[in-house]
Design a protein around this ligand. Structure first.
Ligand code: NAP
Length: 201
């Protein structure tokens, strides 16, 4: 039986804030591995802006975890297609490997909104909750029907995907905000440049 973390995100693009959250959640909850699950269509972000194609966002995550023990890129939601609901992912993982134990990893902001997620009342049947908190951020009080969440504290890294996209558009440096392999992937595929094919695909 393995202890598996499930850390979902739009990851447009993934950066060191996400990766610090994943490795610290793994440590705090004693997980064998953490799946970084790339959302195919994150329905709560629909209409905000054009998302990078899910395949390119997955490519970025795959590059970002190279050589990091215990972190894996997962395309389970891309293969399933359609709108990405976390409950469907947990059900599918449990069907594939029923003997494993699952831990849903979320940032503090995402945890505070978890009661708005699809079939949120069913989530605790499939996974325990791990909340990644940053200093100065209050621990979320409303976490649905989850019992005794595990808290993992990480340093506050003021890195955001929005800033990284803007940096590419402005031609500013990306180094030290995300792993070199992901920086290289952005440049090789021309992501986030205005008019880029993959930017709005
Ligand atoms: P995202 O923007 O890519 O962020 C992914 C996670 O990384 C979030 O939990 C976020 O925490 C954390 N994070 C971002 N910047 C960070 C930083 N600098 N330091 C530490 N942590 C940082 O992904 P998202 O679009 O919010 O989606 C998160 C997951 O929730 C996805 O799997 C999505 O499918 C799922 N979701 C599911 C439903 C549903 O099932 N109906 C609805 C909504 C979301 P914070 O939240 O604290 O920023």
């Amino acid at each position: 039986m393995a202890r598996i973390g499930v850390f979902g995100g739009t990851f447009d693009p993934i950066h060191y804030g996400h990766l610090a959250a994943a490795v610290n959640a793994r440590h705090a909850a004693g997980l064998d591995r953490v799946l970084l699950v790339v959302a195919n269509l994150p329905w709560q972000k629909e209409g905000d802006r054009d998302l990078t194609s899910a395949v390119a966002r997955f490519g970025l995550v795959r590059e970002a975890v190279v050589g990091v023990a215990g972190l894996e890129a997962s395309d389970i939601e891309i293969i399933r297609g359609g709108t990405s609901y976390t409950i469907d992912t947990l059900v599918e993982l449990r069907e594939k490997s029923a003997e494993d134990e699952y831990f849903l990893i979320v940032g503090a902001d995402a945890a505070a909104g978890i009661t708005s997620w699809e079939r949120c009342e069913d989530l605790p049947k499939f996974a325990r909750l791990v909340v990644v908190n940053r200093p100065g951020h209050p621990k979320p009080s409303n976490i649905g029907e989850f019992d005794s969440p595990i808290f993992a504290e990480i340093p506050s890294l003021a890195i955001s995907s929005t800033d990284i996209r803007q940096r590419v558009a402005d031609g500013r440096p990306l180094e030290y905000l995300l792993p070199p392999g992901a920086v290289e992937y952005i440049r090789r595929n021309g992501l986030y440049r205005v008019g880029s094919r993959l930017y709005s695909e």
